[in-house]
Each structure stands twice: as structure tokens, then as C-alpha cells.
Ligand binder design. Structure first.
Ligand code: FPP
Length: 262
């Protein structure tokens, strides 16, 4: 696969000109159960889950999807048993060491969102280096949310704005939705169009709370290590069939020239 190769056919009957999402966000749930069903430790499931990450990156590159954001470790995951947290951190470190060359070759811009101060220095150093190295790539922006929470994200944006006010650089009256949005993580990307959660639960679990206001939600019972090309294609096909209204009426969406400004 080379950066910007022609779009590959999906294993669905989607027309070639189907409107795919520009930005997909995924909660990768079910690693632990996948491993336990095989009588193995939960960490075995996380390692298997890393392979599914690779597959999703590949499909996004093939389909020319602009951005993929993955929830790898939440603000709340720190409360898991220390052994599991340690194993996950080791897996992130190893994945960074192993995958960055290939991602760079494919033209992937790698980014991380979340509270970095909670992460060990070697991981932070690898993250910073990977971001710097891939910063100019344009085939796909792959964002890994690590030590991330949607509420943390909103709080950090508010803190930045409050500091600007305290420094006399911002009038509180100027704080509107656009001002908050500029300080949220992923401010430079289109909002996620499609949110996928594997593992059977139907909730957002403190992922991109602000950014997902009009995101289409799609849930599957498949556990993350079992999530495959066919399942991702089903999610994409379902997305293309939805009518997105963003608060307008169906008639306005069908005839945009007669919208609010007519
Ligand atoms: C949720 O499943 C998954 C996680 C908390 C970790 C996700 C991490 C990976 C997929 C590893 C690779 C990622 C990168 C970016 C290298 P769970 O443990 O909550 O599963 P359960 O619901 O079955 O217990």
C-alpha cells in the first residue's frame, strides 16, 4: 500500500462515489472478554487488539478517510489493576517503537491527545518524537487518545480560556462555542462523522464529548480483536445510508438552497 493509492473496493455493495466519513472515532472495547473466553489473561486480548488497530489504519488509508481517532486508554483506566495498566503501557511503548516507521512510510500523521503529565517519561518522549517525525504527513491523521477523557478535554479548554482572561488577553464576553472549540483537542480536524464502539455496550464512556455533538453512533457486539474488514465495511455502509440533519429539517437538508437564509 502506498500513500494516496486509488480507493480499494470494500466488501459491500457501496457505490464507488458513496460519501464516506471524513473522520472516524472508535472505542475499542472487548479485549479483556476476548482473552478471558480463551482462558488467557486480559493482556493477551490487548495484544490481539493491537492487530485490529493496524487493520483499521489500513482500511482508512485505502478508503482515503482523513482522520481516525482511537480511544486507547481513558482517564478512568488508571483505576484498573496495576498489572493490567503496566502491561498496557508496555504495549503502547512497544507499538510506538515498532509501528512508527511503517506509519510514516504510509504518510500517516500520528498524534496523541490526553493528559500527558500522567504518562511515564519514556512514553512521552516516544510520543513527542513520533508527532514531530510525522507532522507533515497528509494521508491520514491517526490520533491515539491516551489518558484521555472528554470531561478532562472540556476542563483543559476552560482552563486555557480562564488563563487568557486572567492575563488580560481575552474578554469573557468573547467566550462563545467557537472559542471553546478552538481549545479542545482535535480542534484542527473535522468533527468525527462516525463513532464506532465494539464490545456490545451502547455508551460513549467519556470519549469525545464536545466533538461528538452531531456524530453518527454505530455499535457492534463484536469484541475488538474480532472486529474485521467486513464489520468495518458494515459500519461504513450504515453511515452512508443515514440522513444527517445537524438540527435542520429533512426538507432543508434535501433543498439546502431554501435553508435558513432563504
Ligand atoms: C478496552 O477493552 C480496551 C482498552 C482499555 C485498551 C485498548 C488498547 C488496545 C487495543 C491496544 C493497542 C492500542 C494501541 C493504540 C497500540 P477492555 O479491556 O475494557 O475489554 P472488556 O470490556 O472485555 O473488559
Amino acid at each position: 500500500m502506498t500513500a494516496h493509492a486509488p480507493r480499494q473496493p470494500l466488501p459491500t455493495d457501496l457505490p464507488a462515489d458513496a460519501r464516506l466519513p471524513r473522520h472516524i472515532a472508535i472505542v475499542m472495547d472487548g479485549n479483556g472478554r476476548w482473552a478471558q473466553r480463551r482462558g488467557r489473561p486480559r493482556t493477551f486480548g490487548h495484544r490481539a487488539g493491537a492487530k485490529t488497530v493496524r487493520l483499521c489504519v489500513r482500511v482508512c488509508l485505502e478508503q482515503h478517510i482523513e482522520a481516525l481517532t482511537l480511544f486507547a486508554f481513558s482517564s478512568e483506566n488508571w483505576k484498573r489493576p496495576q498489572e493490567e495498566v503496566g502491561a498496557l503501557m508496555k504495549l503502547f511503548l512497544r507499538s510506538l517503537d515498532r509501528e512508527v516507521d511503517e506509519l510514516h512510510e504510509y504518510g500517516v500523521r500520528l498524534r496523541f491527545i490526553g493528559e500527558r503529565s500522567t504518562l511515564a517519561v519514556p512514553i512521552r518522549q516516544r510520543m513527542d518524537a513520533a508527532e514531530r517525525r510525522t507532522a507533515a504527513n497528509t494521508a491520514l491523521t491517526l490520533t491515539i487518545a491516551i489518558s484521555y477523557g472528554g470531561r478532562w478535554d472540556i476542563a483543559q479548554a476552560c482552563r486555557t480560556l480562564a488563563q487568557c482572561v486572567a492575563d488580560g488577553k481575552l474578554d469573557p464576553i468573547a467566550i462563545d462555542e467557537a472559542a471553546v472549540a478552538r481549545h479542545m483537542a482535535l480542534a484542527d480536524l473535522p468533527a468525527p462523522d462516525l463513532f464506532i464502539r465494539t464490545g456490545g455496550d451502547h455508551r460513549i464512556s467519556n470519549f469525545l464529548l464536545w466533538q461528538s455533538a452531531y456524530t453518527e453512533l454505530w455499535f457492534t457486539d463484536a469484541l475488538w480483536p474480532d472486529f474485521d474488514r467486513a464489520e468495518l465495511s458494515r459500519a461504513l455502509a450504515d453511515f452512508t445510508a443515514r440522513e444527517r440533519r445537524f438540527g435542520l429539517t429533512g426538507a432543508q437538508v434535501d433543498a439546502p438552497s431554501q435553508g435558513a437564509c432563504a
